[in-house]
Design a protein around this ligand. Structure first.
Ligand code: VGL
Ligand code: ZN
Length: 255
């Protein structure tokens, strides 16, 4: 019995020492802040969200000014004017409306397109975030500096025929953006997701980050959604998938 105890205790010491040494190399926590689509269109522009979206800006700015993230990535919804997600382009794409399905008569309705790339259920939005317009600019009061890390920008929704809520993949997962490579090359292990909109681009980005094995936190008060019902549904779904939903005042204690 005595021998067993000695062995167990020395094994315990070995395993603690091993964890400590690896904590300094491969297993160290590397934190990224993903700032999703904090653009004029979603704040005061063409697709302005209800529930005071501008109120997320001081919260995000405070994180940028006080927390030493290793990396900060700003995503931009960046559509060409003939984009598949715009209600105004429905008529130009009528050849792709699936026969027998409902034809939307206003934005915020879903159309089933058979192409041109793949069949897709597309929510039709007002024309928004058109490339190189002021509507697509990051909001002027958003801080774009960090305490310590590198800064990257990722643009998505650029292909006229694919929508892309997630900053990692288009909605059909046909293509990846550069985001996963940027994070992997820098050994990022953990991402904090903030921005717009909770129930679309924030949720899709967080769910993909979680699937890609990043420890994923959504900072709920630093996000705003399109509708309360889909925000509630997406928050519940993210929790079931293992995404952690936190408040901005909890971030500091985690880093
Ligand atoms: C978004 C709707 C359409 C978003 C982008 O950033 O959440 N929502 N395009
Ligand atoms: Zn969009």
């Amino acid at each position: 019995l005595a021998i067993t105890l000695v062995f167990a205790s020395s094994y315990g010491q070995y395993s603690v020492a091993n964890q400590l040494s690896s904590a300094g190399t491969a297993k160290r926590t590397v934190n990224a802040l993903l700032v999703i689509d904090v653009q004029n269109c979603f704040i005061s522009g063409s697709l302005a969200l209800p529930h005071s979206p501008a109120d997320v800006i001081p919260i995000i700015n405070n994180l940028l000014k006080t927390i030493p993230f290793d990396l900060v990535v700003y995503s931009h919804d960046w559509h060409p004017s003939n984009h598949i997600s715009f209600f105004n382009n429905l008529n130009d794409r009528r050849q792709y409306i699936k026969p027998g399905t409902k034809v939307p008569d206003q934005p915020y309705q879903v159309v089933t397109y058979t192409g041109p790339k793949v069949e897709t259920e597309q929510m039709l939005w007002p024309t928004h975030c058109v490339q190189n317009t002021g509507d697509a600019n990051l909001h002027a009061s958003l801080v774009q500096t960090t305490l310590k890390g590198e800064i990257f920008h990722v643009r998505k929704g650029i292909d006229p025929d694919l929508d892309s809520y997630s900053a990692f993949y288009d909605n059909q997962k046909l293509y990846k953006t550069e985001l996963d490579d940027i994070l992997r090359q820098r050994n990022v292990t953990r991402v904090f997701v903030v921005g717009l909109a909770t129930d679309y681009c924030v949720a899709y980005t967080a769910l993909d980050a979680n699937d890609l094995n990043y420890a994923t936190y959504v900072v709920e008060d630093a996000c705003r959604g399109v509708t309360n019902a889909s925000v509630q549904a997406q928050i519940a779904y993210m929790k079931r998938q293992g995404v952690k939903i936190i408040h901005s005042n909890e971030v500091r204690s985690l880093i």
